[in-house]
Every structure is written in structure tokens, then in C-alpha cells.
Design a protein around this ligand. Structure first.
Ligand SMILES: [Zn+2]
Length: 141
């Protein structure tokens, strides 16, 4: 048997029991499927609700809460920090030197003023503002 979630044009939701999906289609085309509330026969099938797997370790409760999201953001930021060279307040200067091939090409990070950042962008130098949480400013291991 197959339990299908059904809905009529009036928004009534109900369950229908059929031998198979084909059986449902067949009964539907012959208008044998009708809403138990208003008897409408223009019934449509709703996507089945996901069945919860309650057996086994994969069902361990692990809601993707704010804590997990924050952990992911922190992880991503940390990766950026590990792959960039910190040039501190020489950021604008270093970015220009790299852009004009006066320094080895590499990814750098640092601090700069809004005016400097704007000037860099106008010169065609890519800069990306990155909000670094204070906790990540500690020395990396
Ligand atoms: Zn109905």
C-alpha cells in the first residue's frame, strides 16, 4: 500500500491509500478520488513528507542552530586568515606594490581606511572588507 498526501482545489489536505502511484493516477483520471470534506475530484498530489529515520546513529539530534552557523563562519574566516599574509597598516601600500608587480603576488590582509580602500578599488585593485571577530585576532596556531 502507498499512502499519498493529497490536496483538493479548496486547500483541504487528506491522505489517500492506494495500491501504487499508478493506481492513484488511474483512480484520479476516473474521478474516483475525491476530497472527503467537499467531494471535489480535482485532487492533486503533494510531495510526500520526509520520513524521519529514527533508527540508528544518523538520527542523532543535531539541529543546525545559530551555534553551528557561527562555527562555520569562524572556520571560513580562519581559513582566510591562514592563507593570507598580515601586512597590518601597510595594506594599501602592499596591495599597490603587488598590483604593479613591485612585490611578489600573494594574498594579503591588513587594515586600511575607507578612503584608501576606495582609492584601491578605483585603481582596479581588488579589496574585500572582512569583519574579523576579535577572537580571531589572536595568534594562529
Ligand atoms: Zn476539499
Amino acid at each position: 500500500m502507498k499512502v499519498l498526501d493529497l490536496q483538493c482545489p479548496h486547500g483541504h489536505r487528506f491522505e489517500g491509500w492506494f495500491a501504487s502511484a499508478e493506481d492513484f493516477e488511474s483512480q484520479l483520471s476516473r474521478k474516483l478520488v475525491e476530497c472527503p470534506i467537499c467531494s471535489a475530484t480535482e485532487v492533486s498530489r503533494l510531495p510526500s513528507a520526509p520520513r524521519l529515520n529514527l533508527s540508528g546513529a544518523t538520527a542523532a539530534p543535531a539541529p543546525a542552530g545559530a551555534g553551528e552557523l557561527q562555527a562555520r563562519v569562524m572556520h571560513a574566516l580562519r581559513e582566510v586568515l591562514e592563507k593570507t599574509e598580515n601586512v597590518g597598516d601597510r595594506f594599501a601600500e602592499e596591495a599597490r606594490r603587488i598590483h604593479y608587480n613591485e612585490a611578489p603576488a600573494r594574498n594579503i590582509r591588513g587594515v586600511t581606511t575607507a578612503e584608501d580602500a576606495k582609492a584601491l578599488v578605483e585603481e582596479g585593485i581588488e579589496v574585500m572588507p572582512l569583519p574579523i571577530p576579535a577572537v580571531l585576532k589572536e595568534p594562529l596556531q
